[in-house]
Design a protein around this ligand. Sequence first.
Ligand SMILES: [Ca+2]
Ligand SMILES: [Ca+2]
Length: 220
Amino acid sequence: MISAFWRRTSRVFVLGIFVVMTACTDTLERSEVVYDNNFSTLDLAGFENGKLFIFQRDTVAGFYHNDEVSVRLENLPTHNMLKVTTEILVHDSWDGNPDDGISGPDYWFFGLDNTEIFRTTFSNSPCESLFCLYQSFPNSFFRQNIPKSGAIQTNLPGLCLFGAFSNYTTRYRIEEIIPHTNNEVKIFWNSELRQEENPDPVCDESWSLARVTVEALVVN
Ligand SMILES: [Ca+2]
Ligand SMILES: [Ca+2]
C-alpha cells in the first residue's frame, strides 16, 4: 500500500519536473528568410544613406564613418522575433577599446527602429605581449578580446590608409535574435570612430556592409 503510494507520488513528481522543463524551453515554430542582400544586384531598395562601391571585386555598401545607414522592411509575416545577421568589413586602423581621448574607443553598433541592440568595438591594430589594442567583439562593449577575435576573414587589404597592405580589412558576421512583432522594421547601423590627430579620419578607419540577412521567427 505504502510503496504504491510512493510510486504514484514519484511519478507525479517526475511529471511535474517534465512540465516545468517543457514550459521553460522556447520552441522555434517557424522561420522565414524575409530579406537577404549581398548587394551583388545593386539593390538599395528601402535604404537610407545607401551607397555602393566595389571592394576586392565584391560590391558592398559603404564605406561609412560615423554616419548612419539603414534599411526599412515592410509587409513582414507574423513573427515575434527577428534574427538579424550582418556581415561587415572593418577597414584600416581601428583601435578597439582603449579610451585615450585621441584614437578610441572605436565603437560600431546597430539597432532596430529607435533602439540600439548591440554595441561593440573592433581592432585591426597590433597586439604584442607588452602592447595590445584589445577589442570587445565578439562580445558587446566592454570586453578585452584580442584584435580580430571572431573574424570570418582577415586576409584582405586595407581600403585607404592601409590600402597597400594586406590584413587591414577584417570581415565579421554579427548575429542577433531580437523580440519584435510589428509588420515593418527599420534596421540601422552606425559607428562612433575617434581619430582626433588625423586630418582625414575617414581614411584612417571606416567600415562597409557586405551582407544583410533577416529572418522572421515564431518562437513559443
Ligand atoms: Ca586608427
Ligand atoms: Ca580610432
